[in-house]
Design a protein around this ligand. Structure first.
Ligand code: ADP
Ligand code: MG
Length: 253
């Protein structure tokens, strides 16, 4: 595979506790990789380590063949890896349009971007992002008035406004209604025309909707990797999930 993102033997240690015990992960161009696993498996830590928000104790992260291990989060974002966190990080008082404007590359600070003249290129770009996240009709709505799910889409929009090659999404459907969850799946499937996507998720219906390749983490290790069908029939995965928390492999079959 021609990998855009390549993680080799990644280890993260928090004061003696091994949160990641040597993870390998390959993400191809315009591919969706879905990461599942019980609470505490190390899913968020893996995304954090890729963007240097968690310290890498050992192992390497390569982006387009370049070693980016322990570069600053700022440099990594600028190089083309965008990360959406679990809780939306949006400006509630500003409109949807203004939130996307603030996220555009080359935009510096709220005051400068609100007072600077908006070029047609920037305006078109924002409109394109709003179309992608399905919020064009809400362009002039203050984010505070949006539903929880719509706020999550604004944040996805803020990530893609920066033209990342790789988009990392940590539980993008958390707290969403089933309708919003399905719409999020459609957004992610449209993203993959231009981006590679790594999504952490625990809603199995959603995983089945978007997944091309699934990676299962458990106690800081990679338990399994494969298609939806392979994962559902994997005995180790069934053992870990049987009778446990939200992912029910049987119910998803
Ligand atoms: P997941 O996202 O799969 O639920 P996390 O990656 O958040 O799991 O956490 C993996 C393990 O690492 C958990 O045991 C968690 O308590 C621990 N952990 C995560 N972040 C920190 C931190 N900053 N300091 C100490 N321990 C942490
Ligand atoms: Mg997490």
């Amino acid at each position: 595979m021609n990998s855009v993102l390549s993680v080799k033997n990644l280890q993260v240690v928090f004061s003696g506790f091994k949160a990641l015990k040597g993870i390998d992960l390959e993400v191809g161009d315009r591919e969706i990789v879905t990461i599942i696993g019980p609470n505490g498996a190390g899913k968020s830590t893996l995304l954090d380590a890729i963007v240097s928000k968690s310290p890498v104790a050992e192992g390497k992260v390569y982006y387009q063949g370049k070693d980016i291990t322990n570069k600053t989060p700022y440099d990594i974002a600028r190089m083309g890896i965008g990360r959406k966190f679990q809780n939306p990080n949006v400006y509630n008082e500003l409109t949807v349009f203004e939130n996307i404007l603030l996220a555009l590359k080359g935009t510096h600070g709220i005051f400068a971007s609100m007072t600077a003249k908006l070029t047609p290129q920037k305006k078109n770009k924002i409109i394109h992002v709003l179309e992608q996240i399905g919020l064009l009709n809400y362009a002039s709505t203050p984010v505070a008035l949006l539903s929880h799910g719509q706020k999550q889409w604004v944040e996805i929009g803020m990530v893609i406004a920066q033209d990342p090659k790789v988009v990392l999404l940590d539980e993008p459907t958390a707290g969403m209604t089933p309708e919003e969850t399905y719409a999020t799946g459609e957004i992610i499937q449209s993203l993959v025309h231009n981006h590679s996507v790594v999504a952490i998720e625990h809603d199995m219906e959603f995983v089945k909707q978007i997944a091309e390749r699934i990676v299962v983490l458990h106690q800081g290790e990679k338990l399994a990797e494969g298609s939806v069908e392979e994962i559902q029939n994997n005995n180790k995965v069934i053992e870990v999930y049987l009778g446990r928390e939200k992912i029910d492999v049987d119910a998803a079959a």
